[in-house]
Design a protein around this ligand. Structure first.
Ligand SMILES: [Fe+2]
Ligand SMILES: [Fe+2]
Length: 142
């Protein structure tokens, strides 16, 4: 496998996780119950919109690099309680920030400088998501 093929495979893994995030946020927004439903629902729907933009950017980039964008999402964790939803989201966002940091280093090595900038922007978004969810979980009822 060439470096570029390996890189495209990595971007497809990222894309599968962005689709996972779109599905998880959409499902959780629909399912969330309890007194915090209005706030959590708005938050989840706003996140879903961000993740869809990320997915679109990655799919475009994969196609531009000569690859085939995946149509398979990564497995979506089911969650029923609001706390379990937030915990699932925190784990996913944390993992995503780490994956994008690695992808950014690879993009830099390959001289894909526009993509470096786009990955940087996504790291900003995902870190923001992650920090917001961590704050919401502080003192969140079981
Ligand atoms: Fe994302
Ligand atoms: Fe995110």
């Amino acid at each position: 496998m060439t470096d570029m093929n390996k890189f495209i495979a990595g971007l497809n893994e990222d894309l599968a996780h962005e689709y996972q995030a779109v599905i998880a946020y959409t499902a959780y927004a629909a399912q969330v119950t309890g007194p915090f439903r209005p706030a959590l629902r708005s938050f989840f729907l706003a996140e879903a919109a961000d993740e869809l933009k990320h997915a679109q950017m990655l799919a475009d980039k994969i196609a531009a690099l000569g690859g085939v964008p995946t149509v398979e999402p990564a497995p979506v964790p089911q969650a029923t309680s609001p706390r379990a939803m937030l915990e699932a989201v925190l784990a996913a966002e944390t993992e995503t920030v780490a994956r994008y940091a690695e992808r950014m280093a690879q993009a830099e090595e390959l001289g894909e400088l526009a993509l470096v900038a786009e990955l940087h922007e996504m790291i900003v978004d995902e870190t923001h998501h992650k920090e917001e969810v961590a704050k919401m979980l502080e003192g969140f009822p079981e």
